[in-house]
Design a protein around this ligand. Structure first.
Ligand code: ADP
Ligand code: MG
Ligand code: ZN
Length: 604
């Protein structure tokens, strides 16, 4: 059989061999077994279901989330001489009828379809009368709430096992943690799928993480290292795309913007000029990238923290597809965490919990002192064999560590031991900084020899260090309460046989007070400025000082919550019945206008 597959490979695709795991994946389909195939972007997943489709007698159905992706693949297959078609809502009814006729006539090898169509009764009737040799679910992480791109319509695919019981199902994805993998198998009712998982380490990517101090300056520094080369700069918000793009062009860089608030033509134009190398840099929101296959992207810059490590892996992964060295720089600030949190507030409780857990993991990547390759790989359930990757800021020694890392680590580790390895990070940090909190005094932990050993540092910093020691495998967390205990490596550090790395607290983080952080958390500063202008007008009209109209706190609250109704205005501290009556309409109009022009939503 494998010879026939190799023949087909050469005949239709002109390939003379397999990429890693393709052969195993193809064999499983040909043998009629269910499978989960996890390969990084560019790993060659399509061939894993396309090659068997050519060899097997009947029809292979491919489920795909986007019409654009379906169209590309069908075009590519037709180019190769494989009979393939798609059926989707962009086609006219006669076009769709024609595809159905081809299914009935059994002349097709591959059919691309969206999940909601495949599970519709009328379509299943057609399919059940044809010989279906296998079903391929592309971008299969979409079935899982734990993935980064959950699509409810993918959930319904769970019925396929029952409706087409003898047809093997293959699930294909680039980003799957063990959790997502298990969820895919469960949701799709796969029969003993034995996942095939490729290596996710992108050894040619150099990861760097910095606190964002001066966005334009930091971005320019990276661009200057890559003069004339192609790259992507990601921003969290559309308005940041527009301003950054303008600023960069004014400084002589060749960039084009891309976000979902632009017209389709505008986006197409930006994308084309990037692909055709007429501009070097695309400045974009994460709307940019899906289906873009430019192989010579030399840098991907994030000007804010992404909301999950999956997103980060995917977006930064667009660099260096050609296998050559590329730089992935990430600039983050504490405020990014708040921005994402405020964008998450309308989620269902279940989804919210998941999103928050992912956000925390992303945050600890940014603030951690562990090799970036190692953390990313570990997130996807893999281990980095090397202790020094030579391709991240940590291993390259570019981040500042505290000079006495070993001593501090030993203090922390011995405190964990003194506490009987029965407490979590937060409590341990309190003991180390010598907190007078009731629960500590009550349990007599102020009498421990390690009590107050790190009293010259803040609780937050000590807690960060504890997390960094967890990241470096010196401590482990267990159970529901994340109780800390020492690992083998931790014991070696305690004996001074191994050197851990603890990051020096950045001046900025140390200086910014909790209060300032809180009051700006999740506030759209542009909107705040717009509201301030509105306040000025109202105040001028009434000839009163601005703060009499509305306080800054109320403005920030408005810019944070973006209420959409007069009703909701009353929830803002500083707006009572009277102010609502006087200014309500004006406030709502200002909010609405800003949101419309900046691609934000007012809350419902
Ligand atoms: P994925 O879906 O995993 O991101 P694709 O299926 O789109 O990856 O394939 C990525 C690239 O690898 C494509 O350009 C494809 O033509 C190429 N490719 C796939 N299999 C092989 C092979 N066996 N030999 C050479 N190139 C291959
Ligand atoms: Mg693919
Ligand atoms: Zn490293």
């Amino acid at each position: 059989m494998i010879e026939r597959i190799e023949e087909a490979l050469a005949k239709y695709w002109g390939y003379d061999g397999f990429l890693p795991l393709q052969k195993q994946a193809i064999e499983r389909v040909v043998q009629g077994k269910d499978s989960i195939v996890v390969l990084p972007t560019g790993g060659g997943k399509s061939l894993c279901f396309q090659a068997p489709a050519v060899l097997l007698p009947g029809l292979t159905i491919v489920v795909s989330p986007l019409i654009a992706l379906m169209k590309d693949q069908v075009d590519a297959l037709s180019e190769c001489g494989v009979t393939a078609a798609r059926i989707d809502s962009s086609q006219s009814p006669p076009e769709q009828e024609e595809v159905i006729a081809r299914i009935r006539a059994q002349t097709l090898k591959l059919l691309y379809v969206a999940p909601e169509r495949l599970v519709s009764q009328s379509f299943l009737n057609v399919v059940q009368q044809a010989t279906v040799s296998s079903i391929a679910i592309d971008e299969a992480h979409c079935v899982s709430m734990w993935g980064h791109d959950f699509r409810p319509e993918y959930r319904q695919l769970g019925m396929l096992k029952q409706r087409l019981p003898n047809v093997p199902i293959g699930a294909y994805t680039a980003t799957a943690t063990a959790k997502v993998r298990a969820d895919i198998a469960e949701q799709l009712h796969l029969d003993n799928p034995e996942p095939l998982v490729g290596s996710f380490d992108r050894t040619n990517l150099i990861y760097k993480v910095r606190q964002r101090t001066d966005r334009i300056k930091q971005v320019c520094e990276v661009l200057d290292r890559h003069r004339g080369e192609s790259g992507v700069v990601y921003c969290i918000r559309r308005k940041d795309v527009d301003t950054l793009c303008t600023e960069l062009n004014a400084r002589g860089y060749k960039t084009a913007p891309y976000h979902a608030g632009m017209s389709a033509e505008g986006r197409q134009e930006s994308q084309d000029s990037f692909i055709k190398d007429k501009v070097d840099t695309i400045v974009a929101t994460i709307a940019f990238g899906m289906g873009i296959d430019k192989s010579n992207v030399r840098y991907v810059i994030h000007t804010g923290m992404p909301k999950s490590l999956e997103h980060y892996q995917q977006e930064s992964g667009r660099a260096g597809r050609d296998g050559l060295e590329a730089e992935c720089a990430l600039f983050h600030s504490g405020g990014d965490y708040g921005t994402w949190k405020s964008l998450m507030r309308d989620m269902s409780p279940e989804a919210h919990e998941i999103a928050l857990a992912k956000l925390k993991e992303m945050y600890s990547y940014c603030t951690g002192g562990t090799c970036r390759h190692k953390v990313l790989l570990r997130y996807f359930g893999q281990d980095l064999e090397k202790t020094d990757c030579g391709a991240c800021d940590i291993c390259l020694g570019e981040v500042d560590c505290v000079a006495n890392s070993l001593e501090i680590a030993q203090k922390i580790l011995s405190c964990v031991l003194r506490l009987g390895q029965r407490f979590g990070g937060s409590y341990t940090a309190l003991v180390l900084v010598g907190s007078r909190e009731q629960r500590i005094l009550e349990s007599g932990h102020d009498a421990l020899s390690t009590y107050g050993l790190l009293s010259e540092h803040s609780k937050q910093i000590v807690h960060d260090w504890i997390e960094q020691l967890v990241g470096q495998d010196c401590l482990d967390k267990a159970g529901e309460y994340n109780v800390l205990h020492l690992t083998e490596k931790g014991l070696r550090v305690l004996k001074g046989q191994e050197q851990p790395r603890l990051l020096a607290p950045t001046r900025k983080a140390a200086k910014r007070s909790k209060a300032a952080q809180d009051s700006w958390e999740g506030v759209d500063e542009g909107l705040f400025e717009a509201l301030r202008a509105m306040r000025r007008t109202l105040a001028d009209r009434k000839r009163v000082p601005a703060y009499v109209v509305l306080g800054d706190r109320a403005l920030r609250e408005l810019a944070r919550q973006r209420p959409a109704t007069l009703e909701a205005l009353l929830d803002i501290k500083g707006i009572g019945e009277k102010k609502r009556r006087q200014y309500g309409e004006t406030i709502l109009a200002t909010l609405q206008e800003y949101c419309d022009t900046h691609g934000l939503d007012v809350s419902g």
